[in-house]
Design a binder for this molecule. Structure first.
Ligand code: SF4
Length: 216
């Protein structure tokens, strides 16, 4: 896979009218927030790419760094640190000094959607940036999709049909040299309801760690 364009959208990306309108409203209401497409976090040379759905309203959309400032970041970064994919002390601020190690995080949809629910057309419009993000990572060996929408978008990036590669928590799929792992999203809702426990999430990251270590 080769990049066909930029991996990061312009701050004023116009492709999704509903999301453009939402971020314009947010810029007026919250002028100190980012309110723009959120860039990927972590080195391009990483072997692991974590793909999430979209920025959280008061998380990445506010702070400008994926998973930073909302509940999901607490679980994600703690778990990544435990398995050597992050270093430092996560303090929910983009200037907290946390760094990712052999790991990068991006969103399937770069702009915050109302109610955290992007439309199918918005996922499709933003897929070009996801495809280019994947394509610009020369050492990529594993992708972790958090949730079905992120999973399906990754599958389409690789030219397959989601119905042929269905999402299933803790499953792994092969896409050439890259393995695609699935997990339920580490959101507050999923952890509060017990759909995803910290132990279940840890097991997925541990599996990726073990497989990368085997292949290194
Ligand atoms: S979601 Fe993606 S494609 Fe849509 S406006 Fe934002 S950056 Fe552009």
């Amino acid at each position: 896979m080769r990049p066909t364009g930029p991996a990061d959208p312009d701050r004023e990306c116009p492709r999704c009218p509903r999301l453009v309108q939402f971020r314009t409203t947010l810029r007026q209401r919250e002028p100190d927030w980012l309110n723009a497409p959120v860039p990927s976090f972590g080195p391009r040379e990483a072997r692991l790419l974590v793909v999430c759905l979209a920025p959280g309203l008061r998380g990445a959309n506010r702070t400008g760094r994926p998973f930073t400032g909302d509940f999901a970041g607490d679980l994600l970064y703690e778990t990544l640190k435990r398995h050597g994919f992050a270093r430092g002390h996560y303090q929910a601020r983009p200037d907290d000094g946390l760094t990712l190690v052999d790991c990068r995080i991006t969103n399937a949809v770069r702009c915050v959607p109302p109610q955290n629910k992007p439309l199918g057309t918005e996922v499709a419009s933003c897929r070009t940036f996801l495809t280019n993000t994947i394509a610009e990572m020369p050492r990529l060996r594993a992708i972790l999709a958090l949730g079905r929408i992120a999973h399906d978008s990754v599958v389409i990036c690789f030219g397959a049909r989601p119905s042929a590669v269905p999402f299933a928590h803790a499953s792994a799929h092969r896409t050439g040299e890259v393995a695609l792992y699935d997990s339920y999203h580490c959101s507050r809702q999923n952890t509060n309801t017990g759909r995803l426990t910290p132990k279940m999430f840890d097991a997925v990251i541990a599996k990726i760690r073990a497989e990368l270590d085997r292949g290194s």
